[in-house]
Design a protein around this ligand. Structure first.
Ligand code: UTP
Length: 288
């Protein structure tokens, strides 16, 4: 079984749900407490053993490249003033550990992944949607990597939602299950509630075989006039092993305002430095 060494971070979306905050700043740079969303995703990838981070960017996304670069003036000034630089340690991605490709038009998630085809080459690879913020111990991708080492092939992370919420997501048709690993028999993007094959939704983490790039190459536009990754993956079912891994942890949809605020409150409360004061303030609110 080939090791998964590379991960794609599609970050070329327009982030319209967060306007005007995302007019000049990428959605992926929005912070949960004091770390941008993209940093959490890169940390999760490192924990899972990923060596190369591939960012699919677009216009107005250069803050992401700056974030993972050396900030010479900042670091020099901080060290002259005797300040601790260790907080910047996770932001350093050396030239061998990262690559940037440009998606010139936001034609959909499937198209964004396809833009990374030359860097992926003929290897299995991981995908992270950074606005799906996954908090687990170990992290979501590490949980998936453990499953990959058992079953190989293609894997997607799933979690259960109330049945009436399925229409906003990609949904799986489940087959046999063993532990946290479920066979995937079919996939549908944003189904009507009555047509949904389950309430197990795809949740922003994938391990895919490189063959998906050839499927994407020939892919027509799907839901919303975009090239959908879900449609390409659906075509691989039956031809290659395809499993879902039920994520053991918490997921916050940070592409959505309510999910983003919830993530900030949850993580703030869990922090020993600011948790007690946030909790004390929350207790003073009359929630009725
Ligand atoms: P979203 O569906 O959240 O779209 O994309 P979006 O454009 O970022 O946000 P809204 O809906 O306008 O608020 C899911 C992921 O796929 C990436 C996004 O950056 C995000 O990480 N994406 C989406 C691309 O890289 N390119 C695309 O063409 C579309």
């Amino acid at each position: 079984m080939q090791k998964v060494r590379k991960a794609v971070f599609p970050v070329a979306g327009l982030g319209t749900r967060f306007l005007p905050a995302t007019k000049a700043m990428p959605k992926e740079m929005l912070p949960v407490v004091d770390r941008p969303l993209i940093q959490y995703a890169v940390d999760e990838a490192r924990e899972a053993g990923i060596e190369q981070m591939i960012f699919v960017t677009g216009r107005g996304k250069s803050a992401i490249e700056d974030h993972f670069d050396i900030a010479f003036e900042l670091e020099r000034t901080m060290s002259d003033r005797g300040k601790d630089l260790s907080v910047l340690e996770p932001t350093r991605l050396g030239p061998g550990n990262c690559a940037y490709v440009r998606q010139q038009e936001p034609l959909g998630l499937g198209h964004a992944i396809w833009c990374a085809r030359d860097i992926i080459g003929d290897e299995p690879f991981a995908i992270f949607l950074p606005d799906e913020f996954m908090v687990g111990k170990p992290g979501c991708m590490k949980q998936m990597m453990d499953a990959y080492n058992q079953v190989g092939g293609n894997l997607i992370s799933v979690l259960e939602v109330p049945h009436d919420k399925v229409s906003s997501y990609g949904v799986i048709a489940p087959g046999k299950a063993q532990g946290n690993i479920t066979q995937v028999m079919g996939l549908v993007e944003k189904p009507k509630v009555e047509d949904a094959p389950s309430n197990l939704i795809i949740s922003g983490r994938y391990i895919l075989q490189p063959d998906v790039m050839r499927v994407l190459e020939a892919q027509e536009k799907g839901a919303g006039g975009e090239i959908q990754l879900t449609d390409a993956m659906a075509q691989m079912i039956g031809k290659q092993p395809f499993h879902a891994v039920t994520f053991d942890g918490d997921r916050y949809d940070c592409g959505d305002k309510a999910g983003f605020i919830t993530a900030n409150i949850a993580l703030a409360l869990a922090r020993p430095d600011i948790g007690p004061s946030v909790k004390a303030w929350l207790k003073t609110i009359n929630l009725d």
